[in-house]
Ligand binder design. Sequence first.
Ligand code: PEP
Length: 254
Amino acid sequence: MRKQIVAGNWKMNCTLPEGKKLASEVIHMVEDEVNNNAEVVLIPPFIHLTGIFNLIGSSSKISLGAQNCHQSQSGAYTGEVSAAMLVSCGATYVILGHSERREFFGETDELLAEKVSFALENNLTPIFCCGERLEVREAGDHESLVDTQVEKALFGLSEDQIRKVVIAYEPVWAIGTGKTASAEQAQEMHAFIREQLSAKYSREVADSISILYGGSVKPENAKEIFSQPDVDGGLIGGASLKSRDFTNIIKAFD
Ligand code: PEP
């Protein structure tokens, strides 16, 4: 069975005290109220990783992730953070290829291929993001765009490596806009990505990979989206900053 995952990407939000408060609330609510086996991943800014890791303690339901990492092991890259550093702070996941990294920091699929490999070499699970902008969807080119993103960034991986990757389909037009893809649109693209994985690797490999949906997921729409057969959870931005909303999204799997 594929792992169900709900990951909260805090982006560049929360001071350390605010982040600790948010994480503590989520941890308590998840322990007390959640009745499913979904893995919850908290993804704060880099500098809060250790503080949040200490709060998570030995919780078996909650893991820690980072929002990015560099494609080199170490060196003269001022301001950057390596995969090994993230692991040393307790992270087990890293988001790679978020549309904001692609748009504002010029990250390309070629660069992301390097980052994905490096993360895997360091035993970090990449949450690889793909997804089309509005004009691409309106032109009907969304499948071909996602096909290219996945192929360029992931298809250099071996079968053993790809099994360790989580994919997040995040239509750019739905991120932070309040516009959610319909459950049908999400399912259609997730099934397309799974077919792509099956054609490149095998049906068995494709069926083992978790594919998350991201883009304005809220407590009100989470159940319908998560109930689609090829949707294995969500990457949540805005709603992950409110402990009650985030917990209610996780509870959509109950
Ligand atoms: C995201 O940034 O990955 C995201 C899905 O954001 P939001 O939930 O706010 O649309």
